[in-house]
Design a protein around this ligand. Structure first.
Ligand code: ADE
Length: 241
């Protein structure tokens, strides 16, 4: 899977592409992430990419011209591969990211162009012209889309085959509308708090049952809204629907 990121702040992606699991996924050739500076496409003699909004108002808007040139260049770069190209704009008004969106994007076999705006946003005509999908990472406003773009990519990349141990994906939070059970490691006794006996019993079935109950307990406590979804899917599975 290929990602091309369009941004005015390339440096914000340096740590992301050079660390841990994302770095390894790049090295293994499972993904590529190319970060492109929108400013390098400006024809403005002062290298400007942002201008005040028509109609007045505060802040600056990224102009359609350098951004469209950057998008066209990215489409051209990706077009030699016979894969769908999806263009995403990170925006607080977009559809709010969740596990299902990440999963669908990870399994779509598309390549992605991710636009990270800064300032007050981008010219609306860009969104219409390229039929862009908008994604938000939550109901709050960031100073720019760069962190949001990293969140989106991270949530997709870790679901791609070969990136992380498939077993850990099966048990983690949100996979079945349940949150993950509590985990423990050495030491056995931490300030008098001991690891639950069942986890050192070596009895696999009891451990699995205990973890399931704990997942349900934790989900009820932190995200009661998810329990309804979990129960609905579980009941329909039992009924064979
Ligand atoms: N840009 C600014 N705020 C954002 C948000 N909440 N999600 C995605 N992109 C953003």
């Amino acid at each position: 899977m290929k990602f091309i990121v369009l941004t005015l702040f390339k440096e914000m992606f340096e740590a992301f592409v050079n660390t841990s699991i994302i770095k390894r996924a790049i090295e293994k050739g499972l993904i590529s992430i190319e970060v492109i500076d929108i400013r390098s496409f400006t024809k403005d003699k002062h290298n400007r990419v942002d201008f005040p909004p028509y109609g007045g108002g505060s802040g600056m808007i990224i102009s359609a011209e350098p951004l469209s040139a950057a998008i066209d260049y990215s489409i051209e770069k990706l077009s030699y591969e016979n894969k769908k190209i999806e263009i995403i704009y990170m925006s607080p008004r977009g559809k709010v990211l969740n596990y299902n969106i990440s999963k669908q994007m990870a399994s779509s076999n598309s390549n992605y162009i991710i636009i990270c705006g800064h300032y007050e946003g981008i010219d609306e005509r860009i969104i219409e012209e390229y039929n862009i999908k908008e994604i938000s990472i939550g109901d709050y406003v960031l100073t720019g889309g760069e962190l949001a773009g990293q969140v989106l990519m991270d949530s997709i990349i870790r679901l791609l085959p070969g990136v992380i141990n498939e077993e850990s994906l099966l048990e983690e939070s949100h996979t079945n509308n349940l949150l993950e059970y509590p985990q423990y490691t050495k030491p056995y006794d931490f300030r008098g708090r001991k690891v639950p006996d069942v986890l050192i019993s070596g009895h696999h079935k009891n451990i699995a049952d205990y973890r399931k109950q704990e997942s349900i307990r934790i989900t009820k406590k932190f995200r009661p809204d998810l329990i309804d979804k979990y129960e609905k899917t579980n009941n329909s599975k039992k009924e064979g629907n």
